[in-house]
Design a protein around this ligand. Sequence first.
Ligand SMILES: *Cc1c(COP(=O)(O)O)cnc(C)c1O
Length: 370
Amino acid sequence: MDEQILVTKTSLPPYEDYIKKIRPLWDSHWITNMGMNHKLLEEKLCAYLQAPYLSLTVNGHMALELAIQAMDFPEGSEVITTPFTFISTTHAIVRNRLTPVFCDIKLDDYTIDETKIEELITKKTVAILPVHVYGNLCNVEAIARIASKYNLKVIYDSAHAFGETLNGKGIAHYGDVSIFSFHATKVFNTIEGGAVALHSKEMLERLYNLKNFGIRGEELIVSVGANAKMNEFSAIMGLCNLEYISENIELRRQKVQIYAEELANMDSIVVQKYNQEGVTYNYGYFPIRFLKKDIRDLVYNKLREQNIYSRKYFFPLTSDANCFEGKYNNLQLTNAKTAANNVLVLPLYPELNNSIIIKICKLIKEFSIL
Ligand SMILES: *Cc1c(COP(=O)(O)O)cnc(C)c1O
């Protein structure tokens, strides 16, 4: 049997790099609670992401959940969001006792359709929560205009957009806050981890309190908070991985190019384009969309038979999750449904063997002839 090829493979720094950096922890015994590596990684990521302020968290989900909580919206308020995302996005809204209002997406880049946001705004709307799906950037300018017209907050789930820039500006520049995920499966990882990028010192303080029990001194607890801090082992993994991020992104770009060349001129599929104006990509994902019904699952299964594990990201839509059945409006999501039923994310990571990419493409061609 061939080696198992998964949709991604965690990027690890050279073993010696990591070991060398964790060695001092055995002297200091300071392995969490905002240690020096936590501080250093926050500084380095602020610079790398061009974020005014940044707060590290235990994972991307808690970054999003606490970022929403920090905004202090009245219970039952509505948040306009996309159903074509990882379930975390919707859970973060619901766990804050807010109501997700699902907006359809655009089929060319799978991000929220900004032209359909305004019609969903009601008296209860407080925020827009878009996702830069597969690293395709949302129409941030149009979203900013709508938000300012109706006085709404904009919270970006930038889990897929680590390090991306638009016209030279880091993606965290847009919106009131952006959250990032540093999960093992992402372009940049801290084993588990995440961050909230913010524009104000006041929001940074709130985030700090929310991630550390509201403790501001040995005998001073200023607010109610959870525990969502990043530990030193994770921060060190981040510091190590950050050294290789440019190299890894360049390798990803090369893999994407091979996919694009191999799958060029196929009229039965649409491939991820990477051609948004002014965008530098991180090449985190390579999704393709089948134009003919029922081919996606067939190809998914055929690849599995060859020990190649592509993923149906994102299926089901979060609006169709079992736990939300009958709870929220999931009508008028035509494009999102088309995407969920026909998209397949192919294996992509820096060490992926070129011959495997060619094999995957050959199988796709074989099974997806219109
Ligand atoms: C990975 C991801 C998250 C959650 O991040 P974790 O670090 O796994 O908690 C949220 N939203 C999107 C779009 C993601 O891909």
